[in-house]
Design a protein around this ligand. Structure first.
Ligand SMILES: [Zn+2]
Length: 179
């Protein structure tokens, strides 16, 4: 394992970097070493253990793509916790669809504020009506998500070193194999 987990100053995982990059950041005084691997490296006059987890000393604000949540079926379902916004039940993706709260025929747009997760049954029941016309209330008003729910570190948790786990469990999407 020659990889180092880079944390923000807030201890939030940012990304995985090669240990040489980690050493460079450390030499530049930008990070502190939080945990080390067992493996040692020998330089000319010093021996040190490979950094396993490092933390930025100055907080960096994550901009870029994380601010923008693509308007997609998957993200709508995720925003609504796979819960039909009319009957309030959680459904498998195969039984979910999305619903225009204000139907297109009534001027409803296809955007975060007008699209909700809906089960097939409720979708059929509501038809081309507004929630008011159909007498169906929404669980909560649909909104544009502020940011993506989690920064996804592209490494399987099974492969992650023990020293990373405390940090990864904070906001990495876990495999759905829990009992
Ligand atoms: Zn429903």
């Amino acid at each position: 394992m020659e990889q180092t987990l880079l944390l923000n100053a807030s201890y939030e995982p940012l990304k995985v970097v090669h240990w040489q990059k980690a050493i460079t950041l450390w030499c530049q005084g930008k990070v502190e070493v939080i945990a080390v691997h067992d493996r040692e490296v020998h330089a000319v006059s010093i021996t040190f253990k490979l950094p396993s987890v490092i933390r930025l000393l100055r907080f960096v604000r994550i901009k870029r793509r994380f601010d923008y949540v693509p308007f997609s079926r998957a993200n709508i379902y995720a925003r609504d916790d796979y819960t039909c916004q009319y009957c309030g039940k959680v459904h498998p993706t195969s039984e979910l669809t999305f619903d225009h709260v204000t139907p297109v025929a009534h001027g409803g747009r296809k955007d975060w504020e007008n699209i909700v997760t809906c089960c097939v049954g409720c979708n059929r029941r509501k038809g081309g009506r507004t929630p008011h016309e159909a007498g169906m209330g929404l669980m909560r008003a649909p909104r544009r998500p502020e940011s993506a729910p989690a920064i996804r570190i592209t490494i399987g948790l099974r492969d992650a070193p023990e020293s990373w786990r405390d940090y990864l469990y904070w906001n990495v999407e876990l495999e759905d194999d829990a009992p």
